[in-house]
Design a protein around this ligand. Structure first.
Ligand code: ZN
Ligand code: ZN
Length: 354
C-alpha cells in the first residue's frame, strides 16, 4: 500500500515543493514500508534513503521511489541534501507532529531548503481511509471479534485480569493479528471504574462486571473494541447502567456521518447519559479516529469542530464509571460513508451474562 501520488498532489495546496517524512506511521502511509529511513516526496520524484538492515526489503517492496543506501560517510541528510539541490526544492514540509526539536535543528543545519511545519497534509490524508486501508481495518476487527467470542468460553471465577488479558492477546495473535494495537485493558469489578485500568492480580468473582478493551493489527492497521460482560447475575442498577451506555452508543452512531463535526457525535451520545443523571460519570470523549495508529485525528470529542471526512474510521465508545463500584464501556468501530456509517464490529452488544 502506497500513497505517494496522493501526497504529491496535495503539495500545491500547502505551498510546498516537497514533503519530508521520517516517522514510522508517516513512512508506512507513504510507501507501505517502515525502514527507519528518510523520505522526500516531490512533484518531480521521490527519494528514499535507508540503511543496510532494510535495503533489500526496501528495493523489493517500494515502488515509485528512487532508493538510496546510506554509508558511513554519506548519511540520510547528505543524500536528502543532494536530492533537494538536484530538484531545486525550496519549501519542504515536515511532520511537525512527530519530529523532535533536536532533529529539526539538525535538519535545518544540514538541508539547503526552508522547512515548513506541515503535519496537516499527512494527517488530513490519513483521516480518510481508502478501500485498501478499510480492508485492513476490517480484517483486524474480524480477528478481534473472534478473539472476544473465544475468550467468553475461557472466563470463569478465580482467573486474574492478567490471565484474561494474556488469553485475549493469544487469541488475536494465533488468528493472524500481527501484534496488539495497544496493551489490552481487563478490569474486573471496582477496577472497571478506571477507564484505562491496567490488568493486575484482581481475581474475577461472581457478581462482577468485567470490561475488556483490546485490539490487534493487520497489515499495519489497528482494530479496537470494548465489551463489558457480567460474571453471574448483575444487580438491577448494573443492568440499568449498561442499558444507558448502550443507548448512548446507539445515539452517537445514529449521528455519525461524513460532514458532521466530532463534537456533534459526542453530544448526541452525551445527551443520553446526562438525561439519565450520569453525566459526570462519562469522563472521556465518545471516540477517536484510528488507522495506522490507535489514536488519530479527528476525534469525536466535545471540543472538536473538525468535520469528519468520508472514509473516516472512528470508535464509538461511551462509558459510565462509578468510582469504587463498577464501570461499563461499549466500543465499536464505525466507517463513515455516504449519509451515515457502517458499524464493522460484529460482536453482540446486549449484556452477556456468563
Ligand atoms: Zn478501545
Ligand atoms: Zn478506542
Amino acid at each position: 500500500m502506497n500513497h505517494l501520488t496522493e501526497i504529491a498532489q496535495k503539495l500545491p495546496e500547502y505551498g510546498l515543493d516537497a514533503m519530508l517524512i521520517a516517522s514510522a506511521p508517516g513512512e508506512r502511509y507513504a510507501i507501505g514500508f517502515h525502514g527507519e529511513g528518510l523520505l522526500l516526496v516531490s512533484r518531480s520524484g521521490v527519494h528514499y534513503s535507508t540503511d543496510g538492515r532494510y535495503i533489500e526489503a526496501a528495493r523489493t517492496q517500494i515502488s515509485g521511489a528512487a532508493i538510496a543506501l546510506i554509508s558511513p560517510s554519506r548519511g540520510h541528510l547528505a543524500l536528502a541534501g543532494d536530492f533537494i539541490r538536484a530538484n531545486r526544492l525550496e519549501k519542504v514540509g515536515f511532520e511537525s507532529g512527530y519530529l523532535s526539536v533536536d532533529a529539526l535543528e539538525r535538519y535545518q543545519k544540514a538541508l539547503p531548503c526552508q522547512l515548513v511545519p506541515a503535519q496537516g497534509l499527512l494527517s488530513g490524508l490519513r483521516a480518510s481511509k481508502d478501500p485498501e486501508e478499510l480492508h485492513a481495518i476490517r480484517q483486524a476487527q474480524k480477528i478481534t471479534d473472534l478473539a472476544f467470542k473465544e475468550v467468553l468460553n475461557f472466563i470463569r471465577p478465580g482467573l486474574t485480569e492478567q490471565e484474561v488479558a494474556a488469553r485475549l492477546v493469544y487469541e488475536m495473535l494465533r488468528r493472524g493479528g500481527e501484534r496488539v494495537s495497544f496493551d489490552p485493558i481487563v478490569a474486573a469489578g471496582p477496577n472497571g471504574s478506571k477507564p484505562h485500568a491496567v490488568p493486575g492480580q484482581t481475581t474475577l468473582e461472581a457478581g462482577m462486571f468485567i470490561t475488556m478493551d483490546f485490539g490487534c493489527m493487520w497489515n499495519g492497521y489497528c482494530s479496537d473494541m470494548t465489551r463489558t460482560v457480567a460474571l453471574g447475575q448483575p444487580t438491577q442498577e448494573m443492568e440499568q447502567v449498561y442499558d444507558i451506555v448502550l443507548q448512548a452508543q446507539q445515539a452517537g452512531i445514529a449521528a455519525a456521518r461524513p460532514g458532521v463535526a466530532g463534537r456533534e457525535v459526542d453530544a448526541a451520545a452525551r445527551a443520553v447519559i446526562e438525561k439519565a443523571g450520569y453525566g459526570p460519570y462519562f469522563s472521556h470523549s465518545f471516540g477517536h479516529s484510528l488507522g495506522l495508529e490507535i489514536h488519530e485525528q479527528p476525534c469525536a470529542a466535545a471540543t472538536v469542530d473538525t468535520l469528519l471526512p468520508d472514509g473516516a474510521v472512528i470508535s464509538a465508545e461511551p462509558g459510565i464509571y462509578l468510582p469504587g463500584r463498577f464501570g461499563v464501556r461499549i466500543e465499536d468501530l464505525l466507517i463513515l460513508h455516504g449519509d451515515g456509517c457502517e458499524d464493522i464490529t460484529a460482536s453482540p452488544k446486549h449484556l452477556i451474562v456468563l
